[in-house]
Design a protein around this ligand. Structure first.
Ligand SMILES: Cc1ncc(COP(=O)(O)O)c(C=O)c1O
Length: 364
């Protein structure tokens, strides 16, 4: 029997490559490949997760009312402006399902998080990739590519995998100069790590009743709940209503909902995760530069280092793996000379630096 053909644009999608977790021969390698929190989840979240283990037969609250109420209250929003997702990645997909028709254009930058491309293509949209300047989003270049067919602009601030960002004034200029028919989606996956005076993820652009700006958040990064898949969107009410219609009906598990609520209440744990990053991100940046590596300044919980040639990058990556250290090659982002390193525990950070020093000694 001939196989039923999927939609033609679906088969053009290059499947997502996740950060690796295993190295043959190592029982517990150090995973610095997915920007997870080295301090793990809050003990309160772990308890909340464990406490619902006896009720696995029950469906979750499909509307995630309590979690949405807690989020709304914490952020001064109306509950109708909050939509929860199976990770923020699902919400990226919901935006495309709700707004992008075949042939509509979706703009994102050259080294943008790859899920924007996947979800655009799945919806039959036309991806429009805009050049960056110094691995940083360029607002003028984005505005230049807007057309009557543009439906959505995705912008992560800061971006993954580069760690670079645009200041508040530039974000506001982008919104101001985008036509009304364009939905601006700011991905704030790493916002909790950022406290630069000029930084904003655009919460002030999300208006209560109307407006065309959405901000996406995740519990996978500073809150350390990546395995539970919880994200949320703050959106104008009308946009939220559209996203609700296309999300999975029971999309966030009970475990995810209760753990996220507990994680939000454990502000001391979140602060500790932030303090850890504030200490180790500059340390790593400085140490790698001292070794002579080119490093892109990052405000996330990760940084991107660059080698002279792709072959050297691969060799360094292999050397690090030989020491049980898994970083993230980003050749699939068009950056074959670069490796992304997530901030790890103290000893992991030190191990990466000394392994790289060793590799550089024999590969200058
Ligand atoms: C910029 C950005 N957005 C979204 C996500 C997806 O996060 P989630 O685990 O909430 O799906 C990631 C994960 O790495 C990310 O880097």
């Amino acid at each position: 029997m001939p196989l039923v053909e999927p939609k033609s644009h679906v088969m053009k999608i290059v499947p997502y490559i996740a950060g690796e977790a295993k190295i043959p021969g190592f029982d517990s390698p150090v995973k610095l490949s997915s920007n997870e929190s080295p301090l793990g989840a809050s003990p309160a979240a772990i308890r909340a997760y464990a406490d619902q283990a006896g009720k696995l037969e029950l469906y979750p609250d499909g509307a995630a009312v309590e979690l949405r109420q807690v989020l709304a209250q914490a952020h001064g929003l109306n509950i109708e402006q909050v939509v929860c997702g199976t990770g923020s990645e699902q919400l990226i997909d919901c935006v495309c399902r709700a707004y992008v028709s075949p042939g509509d254009e979706v703009i994102f930058t050259e080294y943008a998080f790859v899920c924007y491309l996947i979800s655009t293509m799945a919806a039959g949209g036309v991806p429009v990739r805009v050049p960056e300047k110094n691995l940083t989003a360029d607002v003028d270049a984005i505005l230049d590519r807007v057309s009557p067919r543009t439906k959505v602009v995705f912008l992560a601030n800061p971006n993954n995998p580069t760690g670079t960002w645009i200041p508040r004034a530039e974000l506001h200029r982008l919104r101001r100069d985008l036509p009304e028919h364009v939905l601006l989606v700011v991905d704030a996956a790493y916002a909790e790590y950022c406290d630069q005076d000029e930084y904003s993820f655009g919460e002030e652009l999300v208006e209560a009743e109307d407006g065309n700006t959405v901000v996406l958040h995740t519990f996978s990064k500073i809150f350390g709940l990546a395995s539970l898949r919880v994200g949320w969107a703050r959106a104008p009410r009308e946009v939220a209503m559209a996203l609700h219609r296309v999300r999975g009906v029971f999309n966030v598990s009970t475990a995810g909902q209760v753990a996220a609520i507990a994680a939000l209440s454990d502000t001391a744990h979140t602060r500790a995760a932030r303090d850890h990053n504030d200490k180790w991100l500059p340390w790593l940046d400085g140490q790698l530069r001292e070794l002579g590596l080119d490093v892109t300044p990052s405000i996330g919980n990760f940084l991107l280092m660059h080698f002279d040639e792709a072959a050297k990058c691969q060799s360094a990556d292999a050397f690090l793996r030989g020491r049980g250290l898994i970083l993230r090659p980003v050749a699939n982002y068009g950056l074959p000379r670069s490796l992304r390193l997530s901030v790890g525990l103290d000893e992991d950070n030190r191990a990466v630096v000394s392994a790289l020093a060793e590799w550089l000694d024999s590969n200058r």
